[in-house]
Design a protein around this ligand. Sequence first.
Ligand SMILES: NC(=O)c1ccc[n+]([C@@H]2O[C@H](COP(=O)([O-])OP(=O)(O)OC[C@H]3O[C@@H](n4cnc5c(N)ncnc54)[C@H](OP(=O)(O)O)[C@@H]3O)[C@@H](O)[C@H]2O)c1
Length: 305
Amino acid sequence: MSSTGGLAERALRTVVVTGASGGIGSVTALRLAARGWDVIGTVRSQEKADRLVGVAAAQGCAVRTVVLDVADPVSCQEAMGRVEEMSGGGAWAVVNNAGVPQAGALQDVSDEQARHLLEVNLLGAMRLCRLALPGMVRRGEGRIVNISSGLGRVPWPMGGWYSASKHALSALTHCLRVEVAHAGVRVSLVEPGAFATAMLDRAVIDLDETRRGAAAGYERSRTLFASVNRRVPGPEPVARTVARVLSARRPSPRYTVGLDARLLVPLHGMTPLWLTDRVKHAVTGLPRTSATAGTAQVRAGQETV
Ligand SMILES: NC(=O)c1ccc[n+]([C@@H]2O[C@H](COP(=O)([O-])OP(=O)(O)OC[C@H]3O[C@@H](n4cnc5c(N)ncnc54)[C@H](OP(=O)(O)O)[C@@H]3O)[C@@H](O)[C@H]2O)c1
């Protein structure tokens, strides 16, 4: 894949990275800045802004910041207005990275919790696309990179709303790519597997907050999330991928990052549902049969009609 933009060109291209206070967002913002892009990282407080600017300076690069809560339409409008002023015409690229996990059994997650998750992971991301697009279309070029998840293609029990939000983000990203291609705007989806960030810690807290009584699935999921977070690598591969997407003359529609996601996503797609259900029961500890149902077997098969 050929690349675009030498150093001088990159310095003139403003890239907005949302959720740049930590995890994937901060390493992405710092990597892009180190590679010469004009980076504006969005954060949720001035304190987090100061911290990001300080880390960038210590690494010998510069990141500018804007305060943004992607779940708040007014904040999105104001932040993109600031980006327009700071960049002299609007962002060349937006990396929609801000996200929350909202783990918990579907029967326990409230409307309010689900709505917040969708505001951040889905509506917020698409709202920023909408706000950034007029400038991109006017200039006849631009990039949108939406950070989804391998779990957007592997629906995961005890994290159902998260999977749903990423599945929907993926659908909208693929539609948007076709809708804006004629205007020179390139749209890509990045699907990371598991990487060690605060997100899995947050998912453990979600489980503690949503858990009611001794509901099945919670204990095993808690142990799973915590142990995955200890074992997986840091988020640098995702940052490298975003840098590749922005540098590519013709970026791919989709990038799946991490060995786990590159194996599990295609494997899940080609395995019958009854078998993936079994694996999910085994991994989450969610029982396949009622405790009172004796040996009755539930076979969640896929019927072909
Ligand atoms: N880590 C993984 O294993 C993994 C795997 C697949 C996909 N992802 C995706 O990668 C993205 C980044 O996740 P991460 O792992 O880096 O998580 P993280 O360390 O928890 O970072 C999440 C970022 O999103 C920000 N954020 C949360 N709510 C926000 C809101 N309402 N408005 C603006 N910003 C908000 C957070 O800001 P605060 O610091 O202010 O909370 C933080 O900067 C997410 O979209 C996530 O779904 C992560």
